[in-house]
Ligand binder design. Sequence first.
Ligand code: F3S
Length: 395
Amino acid sequence: MYLTPYQEKILNGEYGWIYAKAFELIVKIGEVLGAEKLISVNHVHVSGVSYSNIGDYGLEFIKEFYVKGGLAKVYTTVNPGCIDLSNSSRLISNMFYNKQLEINNYLEKMGFKPTYTCIPYLHRRPVLNEHLAWGESSAVIFANSIYGARTNREGGPLTIASALTGYTYYHGLHLDRERVIDTVISIENIESKYYGLIGLWIGENIENKPLIKNAVNDYSSLKILLASAAASGDHGLIAIDKITPKKSYYMSDKIEKINIELKDIEKYQSKTLEFDLKDSKIIGFIGCPHLDPVEFTEIYDYIVNIYSRGRCRLRNYLLISVPYIYNELFINEINVLRRIGVEVTLGTCPIVSTISEKPDYVITNSGKAYFYLKKHKNIEVYLSTPFEIIRQLCE
Ligand code: F3S
């Protein structure tokens, strides 16, 4: 791999041992992948920092970077962890509270922003063809597909190394040749409430780089579709016709055309379209990925409206997962929701958290949550829309 004289100096430890170690990690991964050089990045999003996933080994790894004097060189945001940072949830166990706070403390002392969200574009919106080093598959695919930025799906250690050095390896979705579309999928006539299913279907059935035609121009539905596809497959870029900036992807000469119809995805996951859940212990889960301010406000208005008209008394749990900054932006609304009985978790990933109540069912609007809860936690999960989930939980 070609390194500039400055990069050679970092690698040789002239700027400190910890930067050499971080730099070495990026160079090694880049060399294994065959990257010709490194590139600088403007924004790093660190994932893989949940104590429930990385344990004491990961905590010590992060601590070492802090103790040896590591400091962020570029703007760096952080994914949610396995605790409710407001420590007020009845559902999310606080068994790892102190361990997660210790990890967060090291990251913040290294200059990482305490965002604790999987929608880092809320804090800083990527621009066309800008190079990033992001972890968190749902954020990566959103950055590439909606903003036309360039990032691979990075693992936790690599993102920390990129945060400290400001570099990543020049490979994968950073390159024009890896952003070539060879499959066009039409989803005409499929309502947006099925976009989680479409995403799951694409993730599991399409290996090439697709472009989706005839999608609704609705940011929330596309966010669900993209996150779902990134969960069930390893997609980092799915171009959306008329939405993904044209100059961020290229069309192949040979295009395979696919039509998805409702019957394809019904057959694929027909159970998700039926409900008979009365008398069960249910958790309704909205906010995977975290709700953005528009989505949160719509859901808040809807709940307050039906509650104040006496049309809803919450049965079981309604869990809403939002970025940590809503502690400042929406604290009044969050308090109102909590008084109604809604569980609002701040800076939490409920999927990697320990849930203290084992439900009979989870109903969610998220194909990504559906995928992980079913596959890794063996929970029966149904997909629906946010408003339908709320109605299901009212009595
Ligand atoms: Fe976010 Fe966790 Fe879902 S990080 S995308 S809430 S799995």
